[in-house]
Write a protein that binds this ligand. Structure first.
Ligand SMILES: [Zn+2]
Ligand SMILES: [Zn+2]
Length: 273
């Protein structure tokens, strides 16, 4: 059966697509009723966790570690606002934290789509596989609850926050509200990136989320479609997607590939393997 990239139907199965073709990504202009009913049925039949109590406990522990490490920075940020620090500077710090998270999401996504394999020791199953699986089945992440789908993000955010806290202790100087707000913004944005990515694949999201998507404050389905519809892979940033136009226009990732990969082994980014 012909496989069509780029798409007019959001349904993941040929059996449910009106024209009988398989599509790689959904497009929100079609009637979603049949899919919604099917998805709801699937969600109802799924266990609360598909990995057992041990994974659930580790996911909860990951959330706890994130909350503990973000707390001092969030507290500092709240104090800065209450004490009337320059609000304009704090807003800039928040925006720069989100931009840093967006850049980080793009770099990690590019690496995991482009290099290594699911058989690579240590990182293959835990880091590479979710990205490759996402291109084989873009809906898999929509079937996972927040803690399961965002476990890696929570761990990554905790590592960033713990490192920043360690640096703050080592420098032992007076805390900078700007730096603390930037770190809090970065950590929170990293933690929720995969949830934002999940929302970009869901046919229906809460209204406030759709407003944020429409305003471009978080990754939108239309923007993210560029990544799934391009055989060469583009638009790797998945927090807000703000950096994608510049990174794509400047051909940053192809340039990095030319730097890192010998010419004889260079290949197009294989987002489907
Ligand atoms: Zn990808
Ligand atoms: Zn995606």
């Amino acid at each position: 059966m012909e496989r069509t990239m780029g798409l007019t139907c959001k349904l993941p199965s040929a059996a449910t697509c009106p024209d009988g073709q398989i599509y790689d990504i959904w497009y929100p202009s079609v009637d979603t009723t049949a899919y919604d009913e099917r998805e709801a049925s699937t969600m109802r039949s799924m266990p609360a966790s598909d990995d057992g109590y041990a994974v659930t406990i580790s996911n909860v522990a990951g959330l706890g570690a994130f909350l503990v490490t973000v707390a001092p920075f969030a507290n500092s940020a709240a104090s800065a606002v209450i004490e009337g620090e320059a609000i304009g500077l704090l807003v800039i710090a928040i925006v720069l934290g989100v931009v840093a998270a967006d850049l980080g999401s793009g770099l990690l996504h590019w690496i995991c789509d482009s290099f290594f394999s699911e058989q690579t020791p240590v990182i293959g199953q835990h880091l590479i596989r979710p990205f490759r699986e996402h291109h084989r089945d873009p809906f898999a992440l929509t079937r996972r609850p927040f803690l399961r789908g965002s476990a890696s993000n929570l761990i990554g955010a905790t590592m960033v926050l713990a490192t920043a806290w360690g640096v703050r202790q080592l420098t032992a100087g007076p805390g900078s509200p700007f730096a603390d707000v930037w770190v809090a913004s970065l950590g929170i944005a990293v933690a929720v990136t995969n949830q934002i990515h999940k929302w970009a694949h869901l046919p229906r999201v809460p209204r406030p989320i759709s407003w944020l998507q429409a305003l471009g404050l978080i990754l939108s389905p239309a923007h993210h479609e560029r990544h799934h519809s391009s055989e060469l892979g583009r638009a790797f940033c998945i927090t807000t997607g703000w950096l994608n136009p510049a990174l794509d226009r400047l051909q940053v990732f192809p340039a990095l590939e030319r730097l890192l990969i010998p010419a004889e082994r260079r290949r197009a980014v294989d987002v489907g393997s």
